[in-house]
Write a protein that binds this ligand. Structure first.
Ligand SMILES: Cc1ncc(COP(=O)(O)O)c(C=O)c1O
Ligand SMILES: [Zn+2]
Length: 434
């Protein structure tokens, strides 16, 4: 395993460097590179599909860690992939799947990155771990750090939804509510980590976040293969213990979808998903690369703008959207995100705040998946792509739901409508129904 600068291609040994390429300052994000032949000598799709580990650690052979699992012992990943037959039928899509990552322990996709970074922190023996966050990455780091008993310091904007702040405090992190934007919190966290020598998980700075996030792509391809192999929905979503009967025949290859819809703020989730797909393709474990569909809020569309302009240089914007988790003026991993979308022949889509809120009850009532606004954005992007007739009926489409709706009750109440208050009598019920 080695690290490679995404700008100049220079390579480094993992013990030589901790964060970014020194030749490019904070822009020199590092990709983690593997010897794929060596991985293929010890691992295979079938071997992994026979594993009973129902967390990201089933992909240990594809992760940049040396300490044996579990590290830390929190169950992150192996979230359900639902065949969304009901809304799929309404939308004219036979193979529509919802990956519910709000089912992670701190209720967002960010647990994937945090659990791998905390495992790395444990290997390094660090005394304090830190991150800036719009809320979810912080909650995820606070939870994973609590699980590994490493102290954490988290910087979030003062405006972060209360539920996310409650998570941070509950997991025992030291919490700084920064009077400023997420972008300012990010800069401050970086400066503090340099000043005080803390291990920094900041997105697009710590190279291992992407490696954690890629596990979502590995799961999607493995779970689709299991579904196509005749294993029913429930066996894929339930604990593997129930699934592995003596008759189980593991798939020799995994199955990539045609498209994956992902909401984009900093661009690290979509970059991680791209990395996972590239790893699987290079290993020969999938036979095609899906088109990545990046979805941004209209008021926070820096990656979309760069993609439209045919460049991967990101111009910062004044950002504003109800979807706090993707409210990012200067996407830290924007360049890789734009490259991911372009390299796969996908597209960027923007959705309005109204479309994001409208999509929340549609998904919740159609498939019983309750998304927070940033996660709903991906689904709103799918709805827009369907309206604009961008998809074929028989395409296999996955929408990643990156965070649970309970994270932001204020927005949920705005989207869900109002309950009726009544007197405790049957007459009142009767009257209220007319
Ligand atoms: C729920 C949710 N969705 C999407 C995103 C966007 O991820 P990224 O900032 O890596 O693009 C985030 C990031 O905070 C998030 O919390
Ligand atoms: Zn470089």
């Amino acid at each position: 395993m080695f690290l490679k600068c995404t700008l100049c291609g220079k390579t480094y040994a993992p013990d030589e460097i901790q964060y970014v390429c020194p030749d490019h300052g904070d822009d020199g994000i590092l990709d983690v590179m593997y010897d794929y032949d060596e991985i293929n000598r010890r691992a295979s799709p079938a071997k992994i599909s026979e594993s009973r580990e129902n967390s990201v650690w089933r992909y240990w052979d594809l992760l940049p860690l040396t300490t044996p699992p579990p590290a830390p012992p929190l169950q992150v990943g192996w979230t359900p992939l639902y065949h969304a037959e009901h809304v799929g039928a309404q939308l004219g899509l036979e193979q529509l799947y919802i990956k519910d990552d709000g089912r992670n322990p701190t209720a967002s996709f960010k647990d994937r990155a945090s659990v791998v970074v905390v495992a790395k922190a444990r290997e390094l023996g660090v005394a304090m771990i830190t991150t800036a966050s719009s809320g979810n990455a912080g909650a995820a780091l606070a939870g994973c750090a609590a699980s590994a008993h490493i102290p954490a310091t988290i910087f979030v904007p003062e405006t972060a939804p209360q539920a996310k702040v409650a998570q941070l405090l509950m997991f025992g992190a030291r919490v700084f509510l920064v009077r400023g934007t997420y972008d300012q919190a990010s800069d401050l966290c970086l400066a503090a980590s340099k000043e005080f020598g803390w291990y920094c998980r900041n997105t697009a700075y710590n190279p291992y976040t992407t490696e954690g996030k890629k596990t979502c792509a590995l799961e999607i391809c493995e779970q689709l293969a299991l579904l196509h192999h005749g294993y029913p929905q429930a066996t894929v979503t339930r604990a593997l213990r129930e699934m592995l009967t003596p008759q189980f025949v593991a798939p020799e290859l995994w199955h990539a979808p045609d498209r994956i819809f992902v909401s984009v703020g900093d661009g690290n989730i979509i970059s991680g998903i791209w990395k996972g797909l590239r790893d699987l393709y290079a290993l020969g474990w999938i036979d095609k690369l899906p088109k990545l569909m990046g979805v941004q809020a209209e008021g926070s569309a820096a990656c979309y703008n760069a993609w439209r302009a045919g460049t991967d240089v990101i111009t910062p914007i004044q950002s504003h959207t109800i979807a706090d988790s993707i409210d990012v003026g200067f996407p830290r991993d924007g360049r890789r995100a734009v490259r991911a979308v372009r390299a796969t022949g996908g597209e960027f889509i923007t959705v309005s705040d109204a479309e994001i809120l409208d999509a929340m009850p549609l998904l919740a009532r159609g498939e019983a998946v309750f998304a927070e606004p940033a996660a709903s954005a991906a689904y709103a992007g799918l709805l827009k792509a369907v309206r604009e007739q961008k998809l074929d009926r028989d395409e296999t489409v996955v929408v990643v739901i990156t965070g649970n709706g309970l994270k932001d009750i204020k927005s949920a109440m705005q989207a869900a409508g109002h309950a009726t208050v009544i007197e405790p009598t049957l007459d009142a019920v009767r009257n209220a129904m007319t």
